[in-house]
Design a binder for this molecule. Structure first.
Ligand code: CAA
Length: 262
């Protein structure tokens, strides 16, 4: 692959968008390679993924403006679908994905971070949807996910004004969960990923599905989704070992239950 680095370290994998000369902007090839990378993740071993950008300046500076500049209406729509399909695959990956936002997260960069389960960023991060300044709308899910993430009023303000915001403001409006000095970002992302990876994998996956699917339907249907995914955890080895450890005599308890994903 020319533009994606993939590294698995035990139960934690890191995907790095690696096109630093263009500040990791997303062209068709980057999107295709990301799509293939997501398909190739070994879900029997990997329990949490970190997504980041190469270099210390940019996470992803958006969709590739050069590539988009000559598109027809039909091609523009198809390019939007291409990005949306990959981002939806990322969003619905059975395991959690943490976006480690290490710089610019503009346009498609902000949008890809919102397709991840959790966003943390470095102090030099900058978020925004600058599309209306380019004569287009956000096209990789921004009009939908930003409103769902920070609320309709704030999303409309950011999108209509095309104003970019710094890390502290992104934190204040709930777009990111935490801000770290650049040199600590990956360490913190890995720490969080390892904590997630230590928990019962079937339960973590079912939590992700319950939250994501439940948010798309009314509360009565959402509760039924939760009940089914809750029930699905029972009779698993993970449930037996997790509860077994809690109920075991003190001297037999272990600090970290070796969950097996079955
Ligand atoms: N597409 C293509 N190339 C990009 C790019 C993008 N989104 N962002 C940066 N680059 C390229 C620049 O063209 C430049 O290439 P050259 O060296 O070959 O000239 C290189 O990356 C470095 O960029 P700058 O020289 O501009 O770096 P800077 O530090 O002066 O500025 C920046 C950084 C503020 C992020 C600026 O590059 C910028 O504004 N980029 C565009 C951000 C943007 O508008 N993103 C939204 C795109 S639209 C979109 O994403 C639509 C969608 O929803 C699907």
């Amino acid at each position: 692959m020319d533009f994606i680095l993939y590294e698995a370290d035990g139960a934690v994998a890191t995907i790095t968008i690696n096109r630093p000369k263009a500040l990791n902007a997303l062209n068709s090839q980057v999107l295709d390679e990301l799509d293939q990378t997501l398909d190739a993740i070994d879900l029997d071993t990997v329990r949490c993924v970190i997504l980041t950008g190469a270099g210390d300046k940019s996470f992803v500076a958006g969709a590739d403006i050069g590539e988009m500049s000559t598109l027809t209406k039909a091609e523009g729509e198809a390019f939007g679908k291409k990005g949306n399909d990959v981002f939806r695959k990322l969003e619905t990956l059975p395991i959690p994905v943490i976006a480690a936002v290490n710089g610019f997260a503009l346009g498609g960069g902000c949008e890809i971070s919102m397709s991840c389960d959790i966003r943390i960023c470095s102090e030099n991060a900058m978020f925004g949807q600058p599309e209306v300044g380019l004569g287009i709308t956000p096209g990789f899910g921004g009009t939908q996910r930003l409103a769902r993430t920070v609320g309709v009023g704030m999303a409309k303000q950011l999108i209509y004004t095309a104003r970019n915001i710094k890390a502290d403001e992104a934190y204040r409006i709930g777009l990111v969960n935490a801000v770290y000095p650049q040199e600590e970002l990956m360490e913190q992302a890995k720490k969080m990923a390892s904590t997630i990876a230590k928990n019962a994998p079937i339960a973590v996956r079912n939590c992700k599905k319950a939250i994501n699917d439940g948010l798309q339907v009314d509360i009565d249907q959402a509760i039924v989704i939760e009940e089914k995914l809750f029930g699905d955890c029972f009779e698993t080895e993970d449930q037996k070992s997790g509860m077994g450890n809690f109920l075991a005599p003190k001297e037999q308890k272990v600090k970290v239950v070796p969950f097996k994903n079955c």
